[in-house]
Design a protein around this ligand. Structure first.
Ligand SMILES: Cc1cc2nc3c(=O)[nH]c(=O)nc-3n(C[C@H](O)[C@H](O)[C@H](O)COP(=O)(O)OP(=O)(O)OC[C@H]3O[C@@H](n4cnc5c(N)ncnc54)[C@H](O)[C@@H]3O)c2cc1C
Length: 472
């Protein structure tokens, strides 16, 4: 129980500016952006510095008070929402830990505090002629700590890897309040267990990440963007191979979209439209990019289109001739989730399968869904280059939204069974949080769950760090 003595003591560590107890001010921080998870808490603490956060965690550990870390609150699995099911938890927000990032252009590194947004890091890197490799639709709000804790993906993983691959080391506070510091920017360090890597993707269950040293890349100075009509996911996969070969492996984006996902977008989102004339069942948004100015990316894109047309891998395509046209392609792609919200109920699956299994997975899962849930509209889209699909299923037209959403768990089970049967993962980039806990237990081998629980127990014997996340 968090009592008034605890609140008074914990507030001392952060002062008035870092203490929030008024329920009206707390509301946005305990509400997930889709309103799927709404929690409550008597106390949000927002430390400004690592040592303040360490004092909070040490105190909470001594008094066995659970803590839920939160960054930008853009997570999609409920992991950063305190007080679900009336749990007594302190919300520990990193929103005040956001000093200007330090960029070292010659080392190709950037060090940021946990509460820095991805957009701020992108800008800071770009000002020094470097590229921050992660890009995702929530980048204006999601934070350095959040992307590290969830090992976020996004549209550039095909070229620059996941957040895990982009991190050289972190500073973090362990559940007993001790601080680990692996911020030196070492690229090689084979001295036992990689602690930074263990906390990355742990969703706040093993400690609070306070600073991160990211790897940077040369900026993309030449870029060609195209919107292509493809007959099938199988053809899209062949197109991906061809693109990598023809572009000298300079593909930096390769997104697959089902036509029906785009129909909703064109219908509901102003400023979106079909860039091509004829209707195709599938589309690909592709970018080829180079760090050299005046590189031959346009020629490579042209060569790709000619080869792909000749091989029947695409039926039509448009190459962006202006910044506005490129923006249109991206607006089409990035508005899909928003459009689905406006169209009605949508049951989400963020899954991945090995590349070679994608086409058969889409086919068999779509078929199984239509058999078990007649009338549903299946709208897969996602980062094909990483084998990652947002396999979203829309309610039947004019169906009751609540009744449809009541089938969430049953539908998840069907889709996840298909994922596992095709050698995939039930969470490609959003994590487990509280949303997928039961499915994690059901689908992950028991030996792996046992090992994960042993790690949790070793790091957090009092079970104070995000205790309802991942597993109970
Ligand atoms: C429109 C939209 C598009 C999105 N697109 C993508 C996408 O393409 N790819 C993708 O991967 N995700 C995507 N997401 C999901 C989300 O943006 C990511 O999961 C992001 O990494 C969350 O960052 P955050 O700062 O908002 O974290 P939060 O939502 O605040 O927290 C997420 C989790 O991390 C933990 N956490 C947060 N900060 C810390 C910290 N400092 N130390 C320890 N634990 C911490 C929390 O406890 C929670 O479990 C999208 C979300 C939205 C709303």
């Amino acid at each position: 129980m968090i009592n008034s003595d605890h609140i008074a003591k914990l507030s001392e560590f952060v002062g008035e500016k870092g203490t929030t107890t008024d329920p009206r001010n707390l509301e946005p921080f305990v509400t997930e952006w889709r309103d799927k998870f709404i929690g409550q808490t008597p106390l949000m603490l927002s430390p400004k510095k690592t040592d303040e956060a360490a004092k909070i965690i040490r105190y909470c550990n001594q008094h066995k008070i659970p803590i839920v870390p939160q960054g930008g609150n853009t997570g999609l699995v409920g992991g950063g929402i305190a007080g679900l099911d009336n749990a007594q938890e302190v919300l520990l927000s990193t929103r005040r830990m956001k000093a200007e990032p330090t960029v070292n252009p010659s080392d190709f590194t950037l060090v940021a505090e946990a509460g820095c947004t991805v957009a701020t890091m992108q800008d800071a890197a770009s000002e020094q002629g470097r590229l921050f490799g992660l890009s995702l639709a929530s980048e204006g709000s999601c934070t350095a700590g959040g992307i590290a804790a969830t090992n976020a993906g996004g549209v550039h993983v095909i070229r620059y890897g996941t957040t895990r691959a982009m991190i050289l080391g972190i500073e973090a506070i362990l559940p007993d309040g001790t601080i680990i510091d692996e911020l030196s920017g070492l690229r090689k360090n084979n001295t036992g267990y990689p602690l930074s890597q263990l906390l990355i993707g742990a969703e706040g269950t093993l400690g609070l990440i306070t600073k991160i040293c990211f790897r940077l890349f040369p900026q993309e100075l030449s870029r060609a963007t195209a919107w292509l009509a493809v007959p099938s996911p199988q053809d899209a996969l062949k197109l991906l191979s061809l693109s990598r070969e023809v572009s000298e492996d300079q593909v930096s984006v390769f997104e697959l979209m089902d036509r029906s996902a785009l129909e909703f977008t064109y219908q509901h989102i102003p400023g979106t439209r079909d860039p091509l004339g004829d209707i195709s069942p599938w589309y690909v948004l592709i970018e080829i990019a180079s760090s050299a100015e005046n590189s031959a990316v346009d020629d490579r894109m042209q060569a790709l289109l000619e080869n792909a047309l000749a091989d029947g891998l695409i039926t039509d395509g448009a190459v962006a001739q202006s910044l506005d046209q490129r923006k249109l392609f991206w607006r089409n792609r990035e508005s899909i989730s928003e459009a689905q919200k406006l169209e009605g109920g949508s049951i989400k699956h963020d899954v991945s399968v090995p590349l070679g299994q994608i086409a058969v997975f889409i086919q068999s899962t779509t078929q199984a869904l239509h058999t078990s849930f007649p009338g549903v509209r299946v709208t897969p889209f996602g980062h094909l280059g990483d084998g990652n699909l947002h396999f979203n299923v829309m309610q039947p037209k004019d169906a009751d939204k609540t009744a449809f959403l009541d089938q969430w768990e049953a539908m998840n089970r069907l889709v996840h069974d298909e994922v596992i049967a095709h050698g995939g993962s039930i969470s490609a980039e959003h994590g487990i949080g509280v949303l997928k806990k039961a499915e994690l237990l059901r689908t992950k081998p028991a030996a792996e769950i046992t090992a994960m629980k042993a790690i949790k127990k070793a790091f957090d014997p009092n079970h104070i760090m995000n205790p309802r996340c991942l597993f109970d």
